[in-house]
Design a protein around this ligand. Structure first.
Ligand SMILES: Cc1ncc(COP(=O)(O)O)c(C=O)c1O
Length: 459
């Protein structure tokens, strides 16, 4: 499903002035058009899908342009700024490390890289005994796939290399990560897909009402891969596209099955970790511990860094020098990650996400009750939510409606990222985890006002 771009014609919109929002110009801002046009001219078309707001600075739960406008941010810049935008402690940690005089370390030993590896291992369950630092989420999922396949090969030879993932899943855009993804349109370019990668239905309870683990077993069997041929099962803790969780019993049965058959269970926590779902790690909602966990996005609330954390025997499969990365544990990124994790812990941001999440989800459920014909489901936990917009009365996705909601909310000072892909009909909500209650309530009001206006204009 193709994404949409925004019309760049400046439009008169209502003035807004609240604690969290200021809209004082036409949108897009006429004076910002040259920037938007440069981006359209010099970047690939694929980069032009987000609302035409030129970010100048961002602080806490707000994003500002250079023209007096201010948005309440419900994107966290694609679920990155968990501790909040531009937090002083993170800025200071970055400055301190830069001034200290080490900007790069590769795999040469450094104290700061050791500190983050230790921190990640100490803050995760005991089973996850080693941490490998990378740069992007895709690298982390690629690495986890490699570790699972290597383990399968080691225990049962070249036959046990299969990777099972889920329909509609997203694990990144590099070859392995995209192959493992479950959105066919995104991987059409691969053409000759590796038959050792298969997908099974994701038990979201909405578009896949069968949430029994039997469905996993029968889907795997139908595709000709028994456990003797499977090295790993990877799932997003919640499916990013729709913020959809599986039932805990399903994931518990999956973990048991993986254990029994020496299959590596990988939780892709790139979106879910560091407090996002109201617990430090999203997999805690399932009461299981995976064999490997992939982290990214919210790990530093800012600079690019990711990690694979896992069982010692899996992490130690490669000899010195054969599983490395040029930018592993970049000192500045590590400083940002340590500072962000410290903020999340000190300010109890996972608990805040749980408390604010309760208010957010109550508000969204009330909205669904008010507009049952167009809101098919509300998924998510803590401060992540997916509002599934549907064609009136059914479960057929309505991507145009979702896009219009995001666009009109943006014009009113509430910023979300634009829906894309199969789940392009989901309005995704992911505020920074320090967002206070009055800001959550204000955002809910804007969303409700927007949906009411759209409904009125359609009547
Ligand atoms: C669940 C999940 N895994 C992996 C990735 C890939 O991360 P990155 O874009 O940093 O490569 C993403 C990015 O959206 C994601 O949501």
């Amino acid at each position: 499903m193709a994404g949409r771009t925004y019309d760049l014609t400046p439009k008169d919109v209502a003035r807004v002035s609240t604690k969290y929002r200021e809209i004082v110009t036409q949108i897009p801002v006429p004076e910002s058009l040259h920037v938007l046009q440069d981006l359209r001219d010099y970047e690939p078309l694929s980069m032009s899908g987000q609302p035409p707001v030129v970010w100048d600075r961002a602080e806490g739960c707000c994003v500002y342009d250079a023209h007096g406008n201010k948005w309440l941010d419900w994107s966290s810049g694609v679920l990155v700024t968990n501790a909040g935008h531009g937090r002083a402690a993170i800025v200071e940690a970055i400055q301190r490390q830069a001034q200290h005089g080490l900007l790069h370390n590769y795999c040469f030993p450094s104290e700061i890289r050791a500190a983050l590896a230790r921190k990640l291992v100490e803050m995760t369950p005991k089973k996850l005994a080693k941490a490998f630092l990378l740069t992007t989420g895709s690298e982390a999922t690629e690495c986890a796939i490699k570790l699972a396949r290597t383990h399968g090969q080691a225990v049962a030879g070249d036959e046990k290399i299969g990777i099972v993932t889920f329909e509609h899943a997203f694990h990144g855009r590099t070859l392995g990560a995209q192959t493992a993804g479950g959105i066919p349109s995104l991987k059409a370019w691969i053409v000759k897909l590796d038959p050792t990668f298969i997908q099974v239905p994701f038990p979201d309870g909405f578009r896949c009402p069968d949430t029994s683990f039997d469905l996993f077993l029968s889907s795997v069997a139908e595709q000709g891969l028994g456990p003797e041929k499977i090295s790993g099962v990877m799932t997003e803790t919640y499916q990013g596209g729709g913020a959809s969780f599986a039932p805990p019993e399903y994931i518990q049965a999956l973990a048991e099955w993986c254990d029994k058959h020496d299959v590596v269970l990988i939780m892709d926590e790139v979106q879910a970790a560091f407090g996002r779902c109201g617990k430090n790690f999203g997999f805690e909602h399932y009461d299981i511990v995976p064999d490997l966990a992939c982290f990214g996005k919210g790990i530093a609330s800012s600079l690019p860094i990711s990690a694979v954390v896992g069982r010692e025997d899996l992490m130690d499969q490669y000899p010195p020098g054969s599983m490395t990365s040029t930018h592993t544990g970049n000192p500045i990124c590590v400083a940002a990650a340590l500072a962000s994790i410290e903020l999340i812990e000190k300010e109890n941001l996972a608990e805040n996400a749980a408390a604010m999440g309760t208010i957010l989800h109550q508000g969204l459920k009330a909205l669904m009750e008010k507009y049952p014909a167009i809101i098919g489901a509300v998924h998510g936990k803590g401060l992540v939510a997916g509002v599934h917009m549907v064609q009136a009365g059914g479960i057929e996705p309505d991507p145009d409606l979702a896009f219009d909601i995001v666009r009109i909310c943006m014009e009113k000072g509430l910023l979300m990222f634009s829906p894309v892909g199969y789940m392009g009909a989901t309005v995704k909500i992911a505020p920074p985890l320090m967002t206070p209650e009055d800001a959550i309530c204000e955002g809910l009001e804007v969303l409700e006002e927007t949906i009411a206006e759209i409904q009125q204009s359609r009547a």
